[in-house]
Design a protein around this ligand. Structure first.
Ligand code: SF4
Ligand code: SF4
Length: 427
């Protein structure tokens, strides 16, 4: 008998409390055990990814002056980050609509960019706004997210169907968004991105269960899959989403320092209803079934291929043992933590930690940090992984959150309004 079920049947089971919902990590773990999961055992799988997503932006609307006083606002910045006023001019309304990129760097604060601002807003922090009207009047005020009339995050390219590993075959170090320190030359280190078997598109590569209008979680806030994102193509799909800032959780977002500026962190979770055997056969695939391409950092040509099984294997979190810390005068682990999560006296701030491994790489003591970053055989040489640019632990947490929200009725599964269509190739 063919294995199928409809979304209505699944929703009825959720309503009656009989639905079997699992995170994809639970599926991966079960597949390795003596009790692998069968089609009958699972109705919905929650998938997730947490990584650097350069394409995110904030779309905001904020009152800056009483109505009828100023024509429109032509320059706006938040904590020194330049915004793009408009597109609506809101003439004589005293209201400014504006957009801020997650990658825009502050002109007044060191190591502060759009991703950092978005997290500060969600944390309820006070934000300094400077705005100049077309008449030349300058307005300065402090606001919080509560003062915004509208605050949504949109992503032009998110949750890419996994990503790549990077290596530098040149003879010189390279400053790049793919490293925290200048990327060492001579194929001597590797960095990688992608949550492997957890990635939403990895679990439904034919887009049978998700589509335009599918409800998703963006940084913990209920949002919507709007459609394909930029530079999408069928073999490397990505998505565009929109969600309200007001329900986001700070631990899933922020700024991440690279050797070429700050990148924004974003986390997406997508429910995959198990409608047929094909979908099921994909969700039970493990990290070993998911290819990870090694690219030349300069030029992006393919230099090798491994799988996510080579980089992920129950090694998702970093641990710090303060008793092993040698109390160095100059702590490189603090200096190079890309999210400012590590402090010598307080240890690791788990709400900021990205589990990237940089502290373990830069700490002068071998035992203070514990994380299994692994190494990769490249051209017969063992090359160490020195940085993860995806946080699998954070993605697992978000997939668990989505599972709990579905079970409690807080998150409802809907039919997409239309299928996702991707380009055959990038032009
Ligand atoms: S570099 Fe390592 S051992 Fe030294 S102070 Fe920092 S955490 Fe402690
Ligand atoms: S793993 Fe270490 S370096 Fe990376 S974010 Fe966490 S504390 Fe910072």
């Amino acid at each position: 008998m063919a294995h199928t079920r409809t979304l209505d049947e699944i929703n009825n089971k959720i309503d009656s409390g009989a639905a079997r919902i699992m995170t994809v990590q639970e599926i991966v773990d079960a597949a390795r055990s003596d009790h692998p999961i069968a089609f009958e055992d699972v109705d919905v799988v929650t998938t997730a990814t947490k990584g650097l997503m350069s394409g995110i932006m904030g779309i905001f609307s904020l009152r800056l002056s009483p109505p009828k006083t100023l024509r429109k606002f032509t320059d706006i910045s938040l904590n020194g980050i330049p915004a793009f006023p408009g597109p609506c001019p809101n003439e004589f309304l005293g209201i400014a609509d504006f957009i801020i990129y997650g990658t825009s760097q502050s002109k007044t604060r060191e190591m502060y960019a759009g991703g950092s601002l978005f997290r500060d807003l969600v944390e309820g922090k006070q934000i300094s706004v400077t705005a100049c009207s077309s008449e030349g009047t300058v307005i300065e005020m402090d606001i919080t997210l509560e003062d915004m009339q509208y605050a949504r995050m949109m992503g032009t390219r998110q949750a890419i169907k996994n990503y790549n590993a990077m290596i530098n075959p040149t003879s010189h170090p390279v400053d790049t968004i793919f490293s925290v320190l200048p990327f060492k030359p001579g194929n001597s280190e590797i960095t990688f991105s992608g949550c492997g078997a957890l990635n939403p598109f990895q679990n439904d590569p034919e887009f049978e269960s998700i589509g335009v209008g599918t409800p998703v979680l963006v940084n913990g806030s209920k949002g919507m899959l709007v459609g394909p994102g930029t530079r999408n193509y069928i073999k490397k799909p990505n998505m565009m989403t929109i969600a309200d800032f007001k329900d986001m959780k700070p631990e899933y977002m922020g700024g991440f320092k690279t050797s070429y500026g700050l990148e924004p962190i974003c986390s997406i979770a997508v429910p995959i209803p198990i409608l047929n055997q094909r979908i099921f056969d994909n969700v039970v695939k493990s990290d070993k079934d998911v290819p990870l391409t090694i690219l030349n950092l300069v030029g992006r040509e393919k230099l090798g291929e491994i799988t996510y099984g080579h980089v992920w294997n129950d090694n998702y979190m970093v641990a710090f043992d303060p008793s092993k810390c040698e109390e160095c005068d100059d702590c490189l682990a603090v200096d190079h933590c890309p999210t400012q999560a590590f402090h010598k006296s307080e240890g690791i701030d788990r709400s900021r930690c990205f589990n990237c491994g940089m502290c373990a790489i830069t700490c002068t003591c071998e035992d203070a940090f514990d994380i299994d970053l692994k190494s990769v055989n490249f051209n017969g040489k063992d090359v160490p992984i020195v940085l993860r640019q995806s946080d699998r632990h954070g993605a697992i947490k978000l997939a668990n959150r989505l599972k709990a929200m579905i079970l409690s009725g807080e998150f409802t599964l809907n039919e997409p309004v239309s299928p996702l269509k991707f380009a055959e190739r990038v032009k």
